[in-house]
Write a protein that binds this ligand. Structure first.
Ligand code: NAP
Length: 238
């Protein structure tokens, strides 16, 4: 049985990843931070092992990694999905807004990957899938800190793919467009209509459409793909 760690697995895209990976036989380590009830529900439905940790805190990530290593051994796939967003004018972004964005969206990815990658290197196999955003590719107005952190995810992915390729480890990234999760619950019907109008497929995406792309990148069907950014955005970025 293969093991997958999904960060931010309690809601949205991460939650759908938990269902998709479970369906094809993975043992899922589902990381969450605040949404314990949601995580418990997924555990009951899929048999996932749930692990609480704020991925921006090195001591909590270490505790999570130690728990998983001790009880289950190696992790074959890491889905670095946990993330936060915030909409603010650039002039209103505070230093603490900036730091929190980078602590969760990119430092968290660094801490989690570092805590699990040694086994992958030792086994000469592994797969890492990171979640960026179309705003990391194009830049989004009123989301400078979010866009910058998601652009960093792309740089992280490409550099790590080059470094870890010779160790038999693939590293890829998905860049979702507008996906129907709580992260977008602030958008008005008018905003959504406008965003759909800019999307060739003329609709928003479902979180399981992103999860299926992530599963593809984790599986052997994508065995010659590494260091890539796969846009899952209805054609918004072409
Ligand atoms: P969401 O519904 O808001 O869920 C976010 C998830 O991240 C939750 O499970 C949350 O866990 C977890 N999380 C947040 N901070 C965390 C932390 N410090 N430590 C551990 N877990 C943490 O968001 P989503 O839409 O599914 O987004 C998932 C990823 O896709 C994010 O990286 C996001 O930037 C990216 N993305 C989303 C969209 C979109 O349109 N929705 C578009 C592009 C990219 P708890 O609730 O347990 O705290």
């Amino acid at each position: 049985m293969k093991n997958v760690l999904i960060t931010g697995g309690s809601r949205g895209i991460g939650k759908e990843c938990a269902y998709e990976f479970s369906k094809v036989g993975y043992r899922v380590f589902l990381n969450y931070n605040n949404s314990q009830a949601d995580a418990e529900k997924i555990k009951n439905e899929t048999g996932a092992v749930i692990v609480k940790a704020d991925i921006s805190k090195s001591d909590e990530v270490k505790e999570m990694a130690d728990f998983i290593h001790k009880n289950y051994g190696k992790t074959d796939v890491i889905v670095n999905n946990a993330g936060i967003a915030q909409q603010k004018l650039f002039t209103d972004i505070s230093e603490s807004d900036w730091d929190r964005m980078f602590d969760v969206n990119i430092k968290g990815m660094f801490l989690v990957t570092k805590a699990f990658v040694k086994d992958m290197i030792a086994n000469h196999s592994g797969n890492i899938i990171n979640v960026s955003s179309m705003w990391g590719v194009t830049g989004g107005s009123c989301e400078v800190h979010y866009s910058a952190s998601k652009a960093a995810v792309i740089g992280f992915t490409k550099a790590l793919a080059k470094e870890l390729g010779p160790s038999g480890i693939r590293v890829n990234c998905v860049a979702p467009g507008v996906i129907e999760t709580e992260m977008n619950s602030h958008l008005s019907a008018e905003d959504l209509e406008c965003l759909c109008g800019e999307t060739p497929l003329e609709r928003t995406g479902k979180p399981n459409e992103v999860a299926k792309a992530i599963l593809f990148l984790a599986e052997n069907d994508s065995s010659f793909i590494t260091g890539q950014v796969i846009n899952v955005d209805g054609g918004m970025v072409i």
